[in-house]
Structures are given as structure tokens and as C-alpha cells.
Write a protein that binds this ligand. Structure first.
Ligand code: A2P
Length: 270
């Protein structure tokens, strides 16, 4: 079954609420993770940290999944970071895309991991596992994040060391970027850990919070609702467990219409 098509082949068939975009680059990190960049429609606006529905035509029908946009709102292309699920209805095909292929994208972005959903604070923690780093890839490249917070702490926990590579490259690129590097160099902290292989720092982020090691390593006081803010993106279990720890520390969950001390991305699918 050949589900990959060129943009010109799909233009006519695409519904009115869908953009047909062209893949520009694809980079594979491991047998489970890859990223791709594609064209951005001129009329498409979003807030850094939001997600969209991304799809392909499979057997004549579009199949969509929610994807956080990993590029910042000012970028002229759109970037996505994806898992490869061997039998996944979408990702089993999406992982085979090449530059020049067409990708469908629904026109309406949405999401709660946006700066507007947090009340001002001193420090923002962006807690991510696996591909949950994607919305933060957008937010750490957005000047608004650095205007709002004195310190931006991006935590990324993966099963294997090789899965950290996307985040490591991202942080280096961000620090070296002529525009964002200036904002990021004194404020951005990248904190990584691995759970299923040897690595200098091991363990789930939830355990590192509970033991206090996270704060010791960073040289900051424990979570304090007066100054600390949080954003969480990962598997359903990770969202639940991390949320509980933030609530225990006295932080309240916010939303677009009710900004508070932390936000969770519920649409994220592993
Ligand atoms: P672990 O290896 O102990 O399961 P996944 O790829 O399954 O989404 O996992 C990404 C990372 O998230 C892994 O390091 C995994 O640790 C960790 N993780 C899984 N479940 C939780 C949870 N409930 N709380 C915190 N971290 C978790």
C-alpha cells in the first residue's frame, strides 16, 4: 500500500479545513524517534506550545493524530518530533516520509501549554518525557518565554541515551541561534535523565522531584507556588504522577481562560 503522495496529488481531494504541506527535511534519531520539517502555510498562525492534527491519506481516507508543533511561532517552517509505532495507523506510514512528500494538517491549532496559561513567576519548569519535549522545543525558541521568566528549566527523561539527542541538538541550536541565543544563554537550563540504560543521571523525573535531587542538582529551592511555574508533557501516566507532585507542592492547574501555576498537555499521545 503506497500512502505517500506529492502535494499536487492531494490538493484537489483535501477538505476545506485541511492544509496540504510539503516535507522539507526528515531526521531519524533511533528506531523509535524521528523529526520532520515541512512548509508552513502563509495564513497559519499559532502560539508557541500548541498542537495540530497531522495526517496522511491511508486507503483514500485521512488518518490524523495530535502533534505538538516543535518550531516556534516565528519560524517559517513547521517542525514535528514523532514516535514510530510499528503498527501505528499513522506513524507506521509517517515514519517513511521523504522530502517532497505531502502531509495533511488541520487548520486549527490549539493547546494549553502556552505562556498565556501561566501566571507570571520567576522560574518555569518544562517537564518532558520522550516526544513530550516537542512543545517545549517551540517554547524555548520563543523570546516571550524569556521575557516572562528569569529561569527556564527544561527536563527531559527518556528510556535510552540515544533518545536524548533531539533535545541536546535543540538546546545547542537554541543557544547558538543569533536571535534566541542572547535570551537563552543566561536563562535556559537543560536537565536530562535516562531510565533504562547507564547514564550519569538516572531515574524518572517524578523520583528526582520526590527525592529532592532535581533541586539539589540545579541549586534551587524546592517547588514554591509563589515563584515556580510548571508545564508537563509526556505519557498519560507521567502527566498524572507529575501533576500530583506539583499539586502537593501547592501549585494549581491553569488553563487558557484561567491562568494559574502549572499546565498539562492532555492531547499528547505517546
Ligand atoms: P521508565 O523507563 O521507568 O518507564 P515512554 O517512552 O514509555 O513514554 O517513556 C519515556 C520516559 O518516561 C521513560 O524514561 C519512562 O521511564 C518515563 N516514565 C514512564 N512513566 C512515567 C511516570 N508515570 N512518571 C514519570 N516518568 C515516567
Amino acid at each position: 500500500m503506497n500512502v505517500l503522495a506529492k502535494p499536487a496529488d492531494l490538493e484537489a481531494a483535501a477538505p476545506a479545513n485541511v492544509f496540504v504541506e510539503e516535507v522539507k527535511t526528515v531526521q531519524h534519531y533511533t528506531d523509535r524517534l524521528f523529526r520532520f520539517r515541512m512548509t508552513r502555510p502563509a495564513s497559519f498562525r499559532f502560539r508557541s506550545g500548541e498542537f495540530v492534527m497531522i495526517g496522511l491519506m491511508v486507503d483514500g481516507k485521512p488518518i490524523y493524530r495530535a502533534y505538538s508543533i516543535a518550531s516556534p511561532a516565528w519560524d517559517e517552517e513547521l517542525e514535528f518530533f514523532s514516535i514510530k509505532v510499528p503498527d501505528g495507523p499513522l506513524t507506521s506510514h509517517l515514519q517513511k516520509i521523504q522530502p517532497g512528500d505531502a502531509v495533511l494538517m488541520k487548520k486549527k491549532p490549539t493547546g494549553t501549554l502556552v505562556n498565556d496559561a501561566l501566571i507570571p513567576g520567576k522560574r518555569v519548569y518544562m517537564f518532558s518525557t520522550g516526544t513530550g519535549i516537542a512543545p517545549f522545543a517551540s517554547l524555548i525558541r520563543d523570546p516571550d518565554t524569556y521575557e516572562k521568566f528569569d529561569q527556564v528549566i527544561l527536563t527531559h527523561t527518556c528510556r535510552e541515551v540515544a533518545e536524548l539527542k533531539y533535545g541536546e541538538d535543540l538546546v545547542q541550536e537554541t543557544l547558538n541561534d543569533p536571535l534566541i541565543g542572547e535570551f537563552a544563554k543566561d536563562k535556559l537550563v537543560h536537565y536530562t535523565s535516562v531510565t533504562r540504560e547507564d547514564f550519569p543521571r538516572q531515574g524518572r523525573i517524578t523520583d528526582l522531584i520526590k527525592s529532592g535531587k532535581l533541586f539539589e542538582d540545579l541549586g534551587v529551592p524546592p517547588l514554591n507556588p509563589a515563584v515556580d511555574r510548571g508545564m508537563i508533557c509526556g505519557s498519560m501516566e507521567m502527566l498524572k504522577d507529575t501533576k500530583e507532585l506539583l499539586e502537593e507542592a501547592g501549585l494549581n492547574e491553569g488553563a487558557n481562560n484561567k491562568p494559574a501555576e502549572f499546565v498539562v498537555e492532555r492531547a499528547f499521545v505517546g
